[in-house]
Design a protein around this ligand. Sequence first.
Ligand code: ACM
Ligand code: ZN
Length: 578
Amino acid sequence: MNTLNPLETLIPAPKHAIVSGSLFYAATLTLDGDGDFLPQMRSLRDEILSSFGETVLSPQSSAEEFEYFEKQTHDETPLWGANFRREAAPTVSVRLRWADADTWQNRLTAASFAVPSQNGAYLLEISPGGIEMLIFRSSPAEAAEAMAATAPVVSAPAAIPVTAATAAEAAAAACATLMQLLYLGWDGWRFRLPSCRILDWPELSWRGLMVDSARHFMSLAELKKTLSMAWLYKLNRFHWHLTDDQGWRLELLTLPEATGSGSTRPGGDPNRNGFYTQEDVRDLVAYAADRGITVVPELDLPGHVQAVLAGHPEFACTPGPHQVRTEWGISEDVLCMGNPAGLAFTLKAWDEVCELFPGPYVHIGGDEVPTTRWEQCPKCAAKKAELGLKDWIDLHGHFVAAVADHLAKKGKIVFGWDEVLDSSLPNKAHVVHWRTWLTEQSLKALAQGRLLIRSPFFPYYLDFVQTDDRSQTPGLAYRSPDAASLRRVYEYDPFADLGTSAPSGFLGIQANAWSEYIRDGRRLEFMLFPRLIAIAETAWNGKQRAAYETFTRRLEAGHTGRRGILVQRNINYCPYYE
Ligand code: ACM
Ligand code: ZN
């Protein structure tokens, strides 16, 4: 049984939490709120239904059950009700709504909370009289404008659109906190809840998870389970790696050959083949949006393209034959920079992807592109001469600039792997810094006015093994240079080298689950958990987070082990960590 107060067990730890009364029971809940928060209410309802059963949201059914029970007790064989009494099973209302400036101020003052200067805070008040989640808005007009806002048309750091997304994310975060408290207090029939007030907001605005659906195909159900967990721990970005040498996983109606020849590869593993239909994508994007998570699609070009070359061998520098790749590693066969059809394919694919993914962010890949083939290719040499480029890598720079320009003109905020910094040619891509060994990339990106996300190869690649003692963590996994243990993940400082006050261009951090050795959903869970929870804590609380031992105490008290959240969620987490 959980020996910590549930408030101390929440992960991420809320910024401010105070106990305002005693623990109390709620057996049934009613949900309502302002119409703007319908998506968050809908997802909270669905999460509660699937976790605790339908009657938890049926006060009427509960009342009927009591009536029935009271009648039955007059029979000769009474039902054995034990603690089944009306007063032990009250209905509590849950409301999610806007707070105007006065209400917000008054509530915070009543709770002795200072008003946070950050956008994106929520106030959660829990008492036997009701559960309230409040989201601040300065004026109804501003809120309406914020909720109606669509994709931004700018990419400068200062102009990142916070309002609409921020209110939705704050509401989703409030619901996630409540959901954790429901789990922590669930006795199988009703909830034991702390009377409390919580004021909370995130330290980092980009709290990401990347899943590689190319190396192994993850079903939509598995991805939803993962996103539901991401929501529960307040992550807000799902970077979806949809294409690689080993598979093109996204249906494109204008380019049917992309999946036609690119989504299958030989072999007996059931998860080598498959692609997401556009209906699947819309379903997942909506599922994520309801949970405050923005999906960031990645098409990885001009390297990692053997699945494209399988259908379009003419896009390569050499005649081939080219096949969807069956081994891991880096292929030398990349798009030929001397054939304009490769770039045209890329832009056409992106045009359709932009229709499908409404979020403001896209990721154009760009990692691990050897120039070997280009250096041997007369068409590439001619292109290099035509453009007056100095180095072979500038062909990469030229390609990245063309794709990033195209997407920026559509109003997208464009990210690429940190290889987008490798050419001296300018481009508009922001940076996901993954190459830990090139420490200068983060500061270089910021100095050039780019946005920065840190997703270090070590220790945020969660396909890496969890323990130095390999006998503890069975199965194949990378190990470089050390195990990415829970402690190393938790203690990694994403602010290192960024100066005393983190620059505004530094948006946040991201965990990456590459799937060369993650063959199915259960293995994905084993690799993600509990390490993803450590990254979620870091993203939410930044420099203020507690010592590792405090974190693991909270983790074990409420998340792993008997009746922990991960167990209640049927997550195949890795129980071994150092
Ligand atoms: C990467 O790990 N190649 C981004
Ligand atoms: Zn070429």
